[in-house]
Write a protein that binds this ligand. Structure first.
Ligand SMILES: *[C@@H]1O[C@H](CO)[C@@H](O)[C@H](O)[C@H]1NC(C)=O
Ligand SMILES: *[C@@H]1O[C@H](CO)[C@@H](O)[C@H](O)[C@H]1NC(C)=O
Ligand SMILES: *[C@@H]1O[C@H](CO)[C@@H](O)[C@H](O)[C@H]1NC(C)=O
Ligand SMILES: *[C@@H]1O[C@H](CO)[C@@H](O)[C@H](O)[C@H]1NC(C)=O
Ligand SMILES: *[C@@H]1O[C@H](CO)[C@@H](O)[C@H](O)[C@H]1NC(C)=O
Ligand SMILES: *[C@@H]1O[C@H](CO)[C@@H](O)[C@H](O)[C@H]1NC(C)=O
Length: 439
Protein backbone atom coordinates (compact mmCIF):
# COMPACT_ATOMS: atom_id res chain seq x y z
CA UNK A 1 0.00 0.00 0.00
CA UNK A 2 2.85 2.25 -0.82
CA UNK A 3 0.60 4.79 -2.46
CA UNK A 4 -1.05 5.76 0.79
CA UNK A 5 2.25 6.10 2.55
CA UNK A 6 3.27 8.44 -0.24
CA UNK A 7 0.37 10.71 0.57
CA UNK A 8 1.59 11.03 4.13
CA UNK A 9 5.03 11.88 2.84
CA UNK A 10 3.75 14.59 0.54
CA UNK A 11 1.91 16.21 3.38
CA UNK A 12 4.69 15.71 5.85
CA UNK A 13 7.30 17.36 3.73
CA UNK A 14 5.23 20.40 3.01
CA UNK A 15 3.28 21.28 6.09
CA UNK A 16 4.04 21.34 9.77
CA UNK A 17 6.68 19.97 12.04
CA UNK A 18 5.97 17.91 15.11
CA UNK A 19 5.12 19.92 18.19
CA UNK A 20 7.21 18.37 20.89
CA UNK A 21 8.83 20.36 23.61
CA UNK A 22 12.48 21.08 22.84
CA UNK A 23 14.19 20.21 26.08
CA UNK A 24 17.81 21.17 25.54
CA UNK A 25 19.57 24.23 24.25
CA UNK A 26 20.61 24.64 20.64
CA UNK A 27 23.52 22.45 19.65
CA UNK A 28 26.37 24.36 18.06
CA UNK A 29 27.29 21.40 15.83
CA UNK A 30 24.93 20.96 12.90
CA UNK A 31 23.07 17.70 13.11
CA UNK A 32 21.06 15.81 10.56
CA UNK A 33 17.40 15.25 11.20
CA UNK A 34 16.72 11.89 12.83
CA UNK A 35 14.43 11.25 9.86
CA UNK A 36 17.34 11.36 7.41
CA UNK A 37 17.25 7.61 6.89
CA UNK A 38 13.56 7.26 7.54
CA UNK A 39 12.06 8.52 4.30
CA UNK A 40 8.95 6.54 3.45
CA UNK A 41 9.48 3.26 1.68
CA UNK A 42 9.87 3.63 -2.06
CA UNK A 43 8.78 0.04 -2.71
CA UNK A 44 5.86 0.34 -5.11
CA UNK A 45 2.62 -1.54 -4.61
CA UNK A 46 3.64 -3.67 -7.61
CA UNK A 47 6.20 -5.43 -5.43
CA UNK A 48 3.67 -5.99 -2.64
CA UNK A 49 2.03 -9.36 -3.25
CA UNK A 50 -0.94 -8.37 -1.07
CA UNK A 51 -1.70 -5.15 -2.96
CA UNK A 52 -5.04 -5.23 -4.80
CA UNK A 53 -4.86 -5.43 -8.59
CA UNK A 54 -7.30 -2.71 -9.61
CA UNK A 55 -7.42 -3.93 -13.22
CA UNK A 56 -8.63 -7.34 -12.04
CA UNK A 57 -11.15 -6.19 -9.45
CA UNK A 58 -12.55 -2.83 -10.61
CA UNK A 59 -15.60 -2.60 -12.87
CA UNK A 60 -14.64 0.26 -15.19
CA UNK A 61 -17.17 2.75 -16.58
CA UNK A 62 -19.77 3.07 -19.35
CA UNK A 63 -20.11 6.25 -21.39
CA UNK A 64 -23.51 7.78 -22.20
CA UNK A 65 -25.19 11.11 -22.90
CA UNK A 66 -22.66 12.29 -25.49
CA UNK A 67 -23.07 16.02 -26.10
CA UNK A 68 -21.15 17.87 -28.83
CA UNK A 69 -19.36 21.05 -27.78
CA UNK A 70 -17.69 23.79 -29.82
CA UNK A 71 -14.40 21.91 -30.04
CA UNK A 72 -15.24 18.35 -29.06
CA UNK A 73 -17.76 16.62 -26.84
CA UNK A 74 -18.62 15.66 -23.28
CA UNK A 75 -20.12 12.42 -21.98
CA UNK A 76 -21.19 10.89 -18.70
CA UNK A 77 -19.12 8.00 -17.40
CA UNK A 78 -21.00 5.80 -14.97
CA UNK A 79 -19.46 3.00 -12.96
CA UNK A 80 -20.12 -0.31 -14.70
CA UNK A 81 -20.54 -2.57 -11.66
CA UNK A 82 -20.13 -2.77 -7.88
CA UNK A 83 -17.39 -0.55 -6.40
CA UNK A 84 -14.04 -2.34 -6.08
CA UNK A 85 -12.64 -0.05 -3.33
CA UNK A 86 -9.13 -1.08 -4.36
CA UNK A 87 -7.42 1.82 -2.56
CA UNK A 88 -10.27 4.13 -1.62
CA UNK A 89 -13.85 4.87 -2.54
CA UNK A 90 -14.91 4.52 -6.17
CA UNK A 91 -16.43 7.64 -7.71
CA UNK A 92 -19.54 6.38 -9.49
CA UNK A 93 -20.30 9.37 -11.71
CA UNK A 94 -17.65 11.00 -13.86
CA UNK A 95 -17.55 13.45 -16.73
CA UNK A 96 -15.50 12.88 -19.87
CA UNK A 97 -14.54 16.07 -21.73
CA UNK A 98 -12.70 15.81 -25.04
CA UNK A 99 -11.48 19.01 -26.66
CA UNK A 100 -9.51 19.46 -29.87
CA UNK A 101 -7.76 22.49 -28.42
CA UNK A 102 -5.42 23.20 -31.30
CA UNK A 103 -4.36 21.38 -34.46
CA UNK A 104 -1.47 19.81 -32.52
CA UNK A 105 -3.09 19.45 -29.07
CA UNK A 106 -5.94 17.26 -27.85
CA UNK A 107 -7.22 17.48 -24.28
CA UNK A 108 -8.94 14.54 -22.54
CA UNK A 109 -10.30 15.13 -19.06
CA UNK A 110 -12.07 12.68 -16.76
CA UNK A 111 -13.26 14.13 -13.45
CA UNK A 112 -16.06 13.66 -10.88
CA UNK A 113 -19.43 14.85 -12.12
CA UNK A 114 -20.54 16.03 -8.67
CA UNK A 115 -18.24 18.42 -6.87
CA UNK A 116 -18.83 20.97 -4.13
CA UNK A 117 -16.60 23.76 -2.77
CA UNK A 118 -15.23 21.53 0.01
CA UNK A 119 -14.01 18.75 -2.30
CA UNK A 120 -13.20 20.46 -5.60
CA UNK A 121 -9.53 21.08 -4.82
CA UNK A 122 -8.91 17.39 -4.19
CA UNK A 123 -9.85 16.63 -7.79
CA UNK A 124 -9.34 19.78 -9.83
CA UNK A 125 -5.90 21.39 -10.04
CA UNK A 126 -6.46 25.16 -10.15
CA UNK A 127 -5.01 27.05 -13.11
CA UNK A 128 -3.36 29.55 -10.77
CA UNK A 129 -1.11 26.74 -9.50
CA UNK A 130 -0.32 25.06 -12.81
CA UNK A 131 -1.22 26.55 -16.19
CA UNK A 132 -4.28 24.99 -17.80
CA UNK A 133 -4.41 25.29 -21.58
CA UNK A 134 -7.71 25.96 -23.31
CA UNK A 135 -9.08 25.66 -26.83
CA UNK A 136 -8.19 28.02 -29.67
CA UNK A 137 -11.88 28.41 -30.49
CA UNK A 138 -11.65 26.93 -33.96
CA UNK A 139 -10.00 23.50 -34.12
CA UNK A 140 -12.39 20.55 -34.36
CA UNK A 141 -12.13 16.82 -35.00
CA UNK A 142 -12.17 17.65 -38.70
CA UNK A 143 -9.06 19.84 -38.56
CA UNK A 144 -6.99 18.23 -35.78
CA UNK A 145 -3.77 16.25 -36.29
CA UNK A 146 -5.15 13.81 -33.73
CA UNK A 147 -8.33 11.78 -33.52
CA UNK A 148 -10.14 10.42 -30.48
CA UNK A 149 -12.16 7.20 -30.62
CA UNK A 150 -13.83 5.26 -27.87
CA UNK A 151 -15.86 2.17 -27.11
CA UNK A 152 -17.99 0.86 -24.25
CA UNK A 153 -17.14 -2.80 -24.84
CA UNK A 154 -16.37 -4.31 -22.45
CA UNK A 155 -16.10 -1.00 -20.55
CA UNK A 156 -15.21 2.57 -21.49
CA UNK A 157 -11.87 2.71 -23.30
CA UNK A 158 -10.34 5.26 -25.62
CA UNK A 159 -7.71 5.71 -28.29
CA UNK A 160 -5.80 8.70 -29.61
CA UNK A 161 -4.42 8.33 -33.15
CA UNK A 162 -2.37 10.38 -35.56
CA UNK A 163 -4.70 11.30 -38.43
CA UNK A 164 -1.98 11.40 -41.11
CA UNK A 165 -1.12 7.71 -40.85
CA UNK A 166 -3.73 6.22 -38.52
CA UNK A 167 -1.06 5.23 -35.98
CA UNK A 168 -2.34 4.82 -32.41
CA UNK A 169 -0.30 6.91 -30.00
CA UNK A 170 -2.30 6.18 -26.84
CA UNK A 171 -4.85 3.44 -26.25
CA UNK A 172 -6.52 2.16 -23.10
CA UNK A 173 -8.25 -0.63 -25.07
CA UNK A 174 -8.36 -3.81 -23.05
CA UNK A 175 -7.91 -1.97 -19.74
CA UNK A 176 -10.25 -0.32 -17.26
CA UNK A 177 -10.41 3.25 -16.06
CA UNK A 178 -10.14 3.27 -12.24
CA UNK A 179 -11.25 6.43 -10.44
CA UNK A 180 -11.30 6.48 -6.63
CA UNK A 181 -10.86 9.29 -4.13
CA UNK A 182 -7.32 8.11 -3.33
CA UNK A 183 -6.40 6.13 -6.42
CA UNK A 184 -6.64 6.67 -10.15
CA UNK A 185 -5.32 4.28 -12.78
CA UNK A 186 -5.26 3.93 -16.51
CA UNK A 187 -3.15 1.75 -18.76
CA UNK A 188 -2.07 2.53 -22.31
CA UNK A 189 -0.91 -0.02 -24.86
CA UNK A 190 2.54 0.72 -26.25
CA UNK A 191 4.43 -0.45 -29.33
CA UNK A 192 7.19 -3.04 -28.93
CA UNK A 193 10.51 -1.59 -27.68
CA UNK A 194 9.00 1.89 -27.37
CA UNK A 195 11.22 4.92 -26.86
CA UNK A 196 9.97 7.20 -24.12
CA UNK A 197 11.90 10.18 -22.75
CA UNK A 198 10.98 12.52 -19.91
CA UNK A 199 8.93 11.89 -16.76
CA UNK A 200 11.29 14.04 -14.76
CA UNK A 201 12.68 14.43 -12.16
CA UNK A 202 14.89 11.38 -12.15
CA UNK A 203 18.50 10.32 -12.50
CA UNK A 204 18.23 7.66 -15.18
CA UNK A 205 19.23 6.86 -18.75
CA UNK A 206 17.83 9.37 -21.23
CA UNK A 207 15.69 6.63 -22.81
CA UNK A 208 13.59 5.38 -19.92
CA UNK A 209 13.40 1.82 -21.22
CA UNK A 210 10.59 -0.72 -21.10
CA UNK A 211 11.08 -1.93 -17.55
CA UNK A 212 11.12 1.08 -15.28
CA UNK A 213 8.95 2.30 -12.41
CA UNK A 214 8.96 6.02 -11.75
CA UNK A 215 7.41 7.11 -8.44
CA UNK A 216 6.80 10.81 -7.87
CA UNK A 217 6.11 12.66 -4.65
CA UNK A 218 7.86 15.49 -2.87
CA UNK A 219 10.50 13.99 -0.58
CA UNK A 220 13.74 15.33 0.80
CA UNK A 221 15.74 12.13 0.77
CA UNK A 222 18.78 12.64 -1.37
CA UNK A 223 19.32 11.97 -5.05
CA UNK A 224 18.80 8.23 -5.54
CA UNK A 225 19.54 6.84 -9.00
CA UNK A 226 16.29 5.64 -10.62
CA UNK A 227 14.40 6.84 -7.54
CA UNK A 228 12.09 9.62 -6.55
CA UNK A 229 13.59 13.13 -6.39
CA UNK A 230 12.13 16.54 -5.57
CA UNK A 231 10.08 17.68 -8.55
CA UNK A 232 7.40 16.17 -10.76
CA UNK A 233 7.11 16.79 -14.51
CA UNK A 234 4.53 14.25 -15.68
CA UNK A 235 5.30 14.68 -19.36
CA UNK A 236 6.94 12.38 -21.86
CA UNK A 237 8.00 12.39 -25.48
CA UNK A 238 7.66 9.15 -27.41
CA UNK A 239 9.67 8.74 -30.61
CA UNK A 240 8.94 6.00 -33.15
CA UNK A 241 11.80 5.38 -35.54
CA UNK A 242 10.82 4.30 -39.02
CA UNK A 243 13.43 1.88 -40.37
CA UNK A 244 16.18 4.13 -39.05
CA UNK A 245 15.49 6.69 -41.80
CA UNK A 246 12.90 8.93 -40.19
CA UNK A 247 10.93 9.24 -37.00
CA UNK A 248 7.66 10.55 -35.66
CA UNK A 249 7.35 11.91 -32.11
CA UNK A 250 4.40 12.84 -29.95
CA UNK A 251 3.98 14.05 -26.39
CA UNK A 252 1.76 13.10 -23.46
CA UNK A 253 1.27 15.43 -20.49
CA UNK A 254 -0.72 14.31 -17.44
CA UNK A 255 -1.61 17.48 -15.54
CA UNK A 256 -1.76 16.27 -11.94
CA UNK A 257 0.08 17.45 -8.81
CA UNK A 258 -0.53 14.42 -6.58
CA UNK A 259 1.82 11.58 -5.71
CA UNK A 260 1.93 9.28 -8.72
CA UNK A 261 3.54 6.29 -10.36
CA UNK A 262 4.38 5.51 -13.97
CA UNK A 263 4.98 1.85 -14.65
CA UNK A 264 6.85 1.37 -17.92
CA UNK A 265 6.47 -2.22 -19.04
CA UNK A 266 7.09 -4.21 -22.24
CA UNK A 267 3.87 -3.34 -24.05
CA UNK A 268 2.11 -0.97 -21.64
CA UNK A 269 2.50 2.09 -19.46
CA UNK A 270 0.37 2.21 -16.32
CA UNK A 271 -0.33 5.65 -14.85
CA UNK A 272 -1.51 5.90 -11.24
CA UNK A 273 -2.10 8.81 -8.91
CA UNK A 274 -3.34 9.17 -5.34
CA UNK A 275 -5.60 12.13 -6.11
CA UNK A 276 -6.68 14.68 -8.66
CA UNK A 277 -8.23 13.65 -11.94
CA UNK A 278 -7.20 12.53 -15.42
CA UNK A 279 -6.21 15.70 -17.23
CA UNK A 280 -4.35 14.52 -20.30
CA UNK A 281 -2.90 16.45 -23.23
CA UNK A 282 -1.70 14.77 -26.40
CA UNK A 283 0.73 16.66 -28.64
CA UNK A 284 1.20 15.66 -32.27
CA UNK A 285 4.80 16.81 -32.87
CA UNK A 286 5.91 15.29 -35.24
CA UNK A 287 9.56 16.22 -34.52
CA UNK A 288 10.83 16.00 -30.92
CA UNK A 289 11.54 19.74 -31.00
CA UNK A 290 7.95 20.35 -32.14
CA UNK A 291 6.66 18.36 -29.17
CA UNK A 292 8.80 20.37 -26.75
CA UNK A 293 7.68 23.64 -28.35
CA UNK A 294 4.01 22.56 -28.17
CA UNK A 295 4.49 21.68 -24.50
CA UNK A 296 6.23 24.92 -23.62
CA UNK A 297 4.32 27.42 -25.76
CA UNK A 298 0.96 25.68 -25.55
CA UNK A 299 0.91 24.35 -22.00
CA UNK A 300 3.41 25.24 -19.29
CA UNK A 301 4.77 28.45 -20.74
CA UNK A 302 8.27 29.51 -21.61
CA UNK A 303 10.88 29.52 -18.85
CA UNK A 304 11.03 32.84 -17.01
CA UNK A 305 14.07 34.93 -17.85
CA UNK A 306 16.32 34.84 -14.80
CA UNK A 307 18.67 37.50 -13.47
CA UNK A 308 22.01 37.39 -15.29
CA UNK A 309 23.95 36.42 -12.17
CA UNK A 310 21.87 33.27 -11.65
CA UNK A 311 23.61 31.78 -14.70
CA UNK A 312 26.98 32.10 -12.95
CA UNK A 313 28.72 29.58 -10.75
CA UNK A 314 26.94 28.75 -7.46
CA UNK A 315 28.31 26.99 -4.42
CA UNK A 316 25.96 25.33 -1.93
CA UNK A 317 26.07 22.54 0.60
CA UNK A 318 24.67 21.39 3.87
CA UNK A 319 27.00 21.74 6.85
CA UNK A 320 28.64 25.19 6.88
CA UNK A 321 29.01 25.62 10.63
CA UNK A 322 29.14 29.42 10.88
CA UNK A 323 29.82 32.69 9.06
CA UNK A 324 33.57 32.15 9.39
CA UNK A 325 33.42 28.84 7.57
CA UNK A 326 31.22 30.39 4.87
CA UNK A 327 33.75 33.22 4.44
CA UNK A 328 36.55 30.67 4.10
CA UNK A 329 34.68 28.98 1.28
CA UNK A 330 34.22 32.29 -0.55
CA UNK A 331 37.88 33.17 0.02
CA UNK A 332 38.94 29.72 -1.14
CA UNK A 333 37.38 30.30 -4.54
CA UNK A 334 39.01 33.72 -4.84
CA UNK A 335 42.43 32.32 -3.85
CA UNK A 336 42.06 29.56 -6.45
CA UNK A 337 41.13 32.09 -9.14
CA UNK A 338 37.67 30.55 -9.66
CA UNK A 339 34.91 33.05 -10.25
CA UNK A 340 32.13 32.44 -7.72
CA UNK A 341 28.90 34.26 -8.39
CA UNK A 342 26.70 32.98 -5.54
CA UNK A 343 27.17 31.34 -2.14
CA UNK A 344 24.24 29.52 -0.55
CA UNK A 345 23.48 28.51 3.01
CA UNK A 346 21.43 25.43 3.73
CA UNK A 347 19.22 25.57 6.80
CA UNK A 348 22.21 25.36 9.16
CA UNK A 349 21.93 29.14 9.53
CA UNK A 350 18.57 28.85 11.29
CA UNK A 351 17.78 28.51 14.96
CA UNK A 352 16.77 24.86 15.30
CA UNK A 353 15.90 24.76 11.58
CA UNK A 354 12.99 27.12 12.08
CA UNK A 355 12.20 29.30 9.07
CA UNK A 356 12.81 33.06 9.34
CA UNK A 357 15.26 32.72 12.24
CA UNK A 358 19.02 32.71 12.56
CA UNK A 359 21.14 30.78 15.05
CA UNK A 360 22.39 33.23 17.67
CA UNK A 361 25.57 31.25 18.34
CA UNK A 362 26.74 30.27 14.86
CA UNK A 363 25.00 32.76 12.65
CA UNK A 364 24.65 35.96 14.70
CA UNK A 365 23.22 39.04 12.96
CA UNK A 366 26.17 41.43 13.29
CA UNK A 367 28.87 39.22 11.71
CA UNK A 368 26.25 38.18 9.13
CA UNK A 369 25.78 41.79 8.07
CA UNK A 370 29.54 42.19 7.76
CA UNK A 371 29.79 38.98 5.72
CA UNK A 372 27.04 40.14 3.36
CA UNK A 373 28.56 43.61 3.00
CA UNK A 374 31.90 42.07 1.94
CA UNK A 375 30.17 39.64 -0.41
CA UNK A 376 28.07 42.32 -2.07
CA UNK A 377 31.06 44.67 -2.35
CA UNK A 378 32.75 41.93 -4.39
CA UNK A 379 29.69 41.72 -6.67
CA UNK A 380 28.67 38.33 -5.29
CA UNK A 381 25.28 37.11 -4.12
CA UNK A 382 23.88 35.15 -1.19
CA UNK A 383 20.90 32.74 -1.12
CA UNK A 384 19.58 31.36 2.17
CA UNK A 385 17.49 28.22 1.72
CA UNK A 386 14.02 28.33 3.29
CA UNK A 387 11.94 25.18 3.80
CA UNK A 388 8.20 24.95 3.33
CA UNK A 389 7.46 23.59 6.80
CA UNK A 390 6.70 25.76 9.84
CA UNK A 391 7.68 24.68 13.34
CA UNK A 392 4.72 24.22 15.67
CA UNK A 393 5.55 25.75 19.02
CA UNK A 394 4.99 24.01 22.32
CA UNK A 395 1.90 25.77 23.70
CA UNK A 396 2.82 25.00 27.31
CA UNK A 397 6.28 26.58 27.05
CA UNK A 398 6.14 30.36 26.79
CA UNK A 399 9.78 30.65 25.75
CA UNK A 400 9.14 28.34 22.81
CA UNK A 401 6.89 30.99 21.23
CA UNK A 402 7.41 31.14 17.47
CA UNK A 403 5.72 34.00 15.65
CA UNK A 404 5.60 32.53 12.13
CA UNK A 405 3.54 29.69 13.60
CA UNK A 406 1.26 32.08 15.47
CA UNK A 407 0.71 34.29 12.44
CA UNK A 408 0.05 31.28 10.19
CA UNK A 409 -2.41 29.87 12.72
CA UNK A 410 -4.21 33.22 12.96
CA UNK A 411 -4.47 33.30 9.15
CA UNK A 412 -5.78 29.67 9.03
CA UNK A 413 -2.86 28.95 6.70
CA UNK A 414 -2.13 25.41 7.88
CA UNK A 415 -3.64 22.11 6.81
CA UNK A 416 -6.04 20.61 9.37
CA UNK A 417 -6.94 17.02 10.08
CA UNK A 418 -10.31 16.33 8.52
CA UNK A 419 -12.86 15.47 11.17
CA UNK A 420 -11.14 16.87 14.25
CA UNK A 421 -10.09 20.17 12.69
CA UNK A 422 -6.81 19.98 14.65
CA UNK A 423 -3.54 20.96 13.03
CA UNK A 424 -2.02 18.35 10.77
CA UNK A 425 1.46 17.66 12.19
CA UNK A 426 4.10 16.39 9.82
CA UNK A 427 7.63 15.32 10.54
CA UNK A 428 10.46 17.37 9.11
CA UNK A 429 13.52 19.45 9.89
CA UNK A 430 12.55 21.68 12.80
CA UNK A 431 12.78 18.82 15.26
CA UNK A 432 12.66 18.52 18.98
CA UNK A 433 16.34 18.51 19.83
CA UNK A 434 15.59 16.75 23.11
CA UNK A 435 14.15 13.77 21.27
CA UNK A 436 17.32 13.19 19.27
CA UNK A 437 19.15 11.60 22.17
CA UNK A 438 22.45 13.12 21.11
CA UNK A 439 24.98 14.71 23.41
C1 LIG B 1 -21.46 15.36 -32.94
O1 LIG B 1 -20.19 15.42 -33.62
C2 LIG B 1 -19.89 14.24 -34.33
C3 LIG B 1 -18.46 14.31 -34.81
O2 LIG B 1 -18.13 15.60 -35.25
C4 LIG B 1 -20.90 14.06 -35.45
O3 LIG B 1 -20.62 12.88 -36.17
C5 LIG B 1 -22.29 13.98 -34.83
O4 LIG B 1 -23.26 13.92 -35.85
C6 LIG B 1 -22.57 15.17 -33.93
N1 LIG B 1 -23.80 14.91 -33.21
C7 LIG B 1 -24.76 15.82 -33.13
C8 LIG B 1 -25.96 15.41 -32.35
O5 LIG B 1 -24.65 16.91 -33.64
C1 LIG C 1 -18.30 16.39 -3.17
O1 LIG C 1 -19.14 16.87 -2.14
C2 LIG C 1 -20.51 16.93 -2.50
C3 LIG C 1 -21.26 17.60 -1.36
O2 LIG C 1 -21.04 16.88 -0.18
C4 LIG C 1 -21.03 15.54 -2.78
O3 LIG C 1 -22.38 15.57 -3.19
C5 LIG C 1 -20.19 14.92 -3.89
O4 LIG C 1 -20.57 13.57 -4.09
C6 LIG C 1 -18.71 14.97 -3.53
N1 LIG C 1 -17.94 14.51 -4.67
C7 LIG C 1 -17.06 13.52 -4.58
C8 LIG C 1 -16.33 13.17 -5.84
O5 LIG C 1 -16.81 12.94 -3.56
C1 LIG D 1 12.90 -5.33 -14.59
O1 LIG D 1 13.21 -4.46 -13.50
C2 LIG D 1 13.20 -5.14 -12.26
C3 LIG D 1 13.36 -4.09 -11.17
O2 LIG D 1 14.48 -3.30 -11.42
C4 LIG D 1 14.31 -6.19 -12.26
O3 LIG D 1 14.29 -6.87 -11.03
C5 LIG D 1 14.06 -7.16 -13.41
O4 LIG D 1 15.13 -8.05 -13.49
C6 LIG D 1 13.93 -6.42 -14.72
N1 LIG D 1 13.52 -7.36 -15.76
C7 LIG D 1 14.16 -7.44 -16.93
C8 LIG D 1 13.61 -8.44 -17.91
O5 LIG D 1 15.13 -6.78 -17.19
C1 LIG E 1 9.73 -8.23 -21.46
O1 LIG E 1 10.69 -8.40 -22.47
C2 LIG E 1 11.92 -8.95 -22.01
C3 LIG E 1 12.90 -8.95 -23.16
O2 LIG E 1 12.33 -9.45 -24.32
C4 LIG E 1 11.66 -10.35 -21.46
O3 LIG E 1 12.85 -10.88 -20.92
C5 LIG E 1 10.63 -10.24 -20.32
O4 LIG E 1 10.29 -11.52 -19.86
C6 LIG E 1 9.37 -9.54 -20.80
N1 LIG E 1 8.53 -9.31 -19.65
C7 LIG E 1 7.25 -9.57 -19.68
C8 LIG E 1 6.50 -9.26 -18.42
O5 LIG E 1 6.67 -10.00 -20.67
C1 LIG F 1 33.26 27.93 13.11
O1 LIG F 1 33.22 26.54 12.89
C2 LIG F 1 34.50 25.95 12.82
C3 LIG F 1 34.31 24.49 12.42
O2 LIG F 1 33.49 23.84 13.37
C4 LIG F 1 35.22 26.13 14.14
O3 LIG F 1 36.50 25.57 14.05
C5 LIG F 1 35.30 27.61 14.46
O4 LIG F 1 35.85 27.77 15.76
C6 LIG F 1 33.95 28.26 14.40
N1 LIG F 1 34.11 29.68 14.51
C7 LIG F 1 33.32 30.45 15.21
C8 LIG F 1 33.59 31.90 15.20
O5 LIG F 1 32.35 29.97 15.81
C1 LIG G 1 11.08 25.90 26.22
O1 LIG G 1 11.46 26.37 24.92
C2 LIG G 1 12.79 26.87 24.88
C3 LIG G 1 13.00 27.45 23.46
O2 LIG G 1 12.72 26.50 22.47
C4 LIG G 1 13.77 25.76 25.19
O3 LIG G 1 15.06 26.27 25.16
C5 LIG G 1 13.45 25.18 26.56
O4 LIG G 1 14.27 24.07 26.78
C6 LIG G 1 11.99 24.77 26.62
N1 LIG G 1 11.67 24.35 27.99
C7 LIG G 1 11.13 23.19 28.27
C8 LIG G 1 10.84 22.90 29.70
O5 LIG G 1 10.87 22.35 27.38
Amino acid sequence: MMLKRSLAAVLASSVLAAAQAPSTTYRTIPSLSPQIDAAPSLVPAIYDPTAPNAQATCPGYKASNVVNTTQGFTADLTIAGPACSAYGNDIADLTLAVEYQAKQRLSVKIYPRHLAPQNTSLYILPAFLTPEPSGDGSTTAATSDLSFTWSNEPSFQFKVSRVSNGEEIFSTYGYKIVFEDQFLELVTNMVKDYNVYGLAENIHDFRLGNNFTQTFYAADSGNPIDGNLYGTHPFYVETRYKDGASSLSHGVYARNAHGQEWLLRNRTITYRTIGGSFDLYFLSGPKPTDVIAQYQKGIVGLPALQMYWTFGFHQCRWGYENWTVLQEVVDGYANAGIQLEVIWNDIDYMNQYRDFTNGELNYPVGPGQEFLARLHAAGQHYVPIIDSNIYAENPSNASDAYEPFQRGAAMSAFIRNPGTGDFYYGDNWPVSIGSLNIS
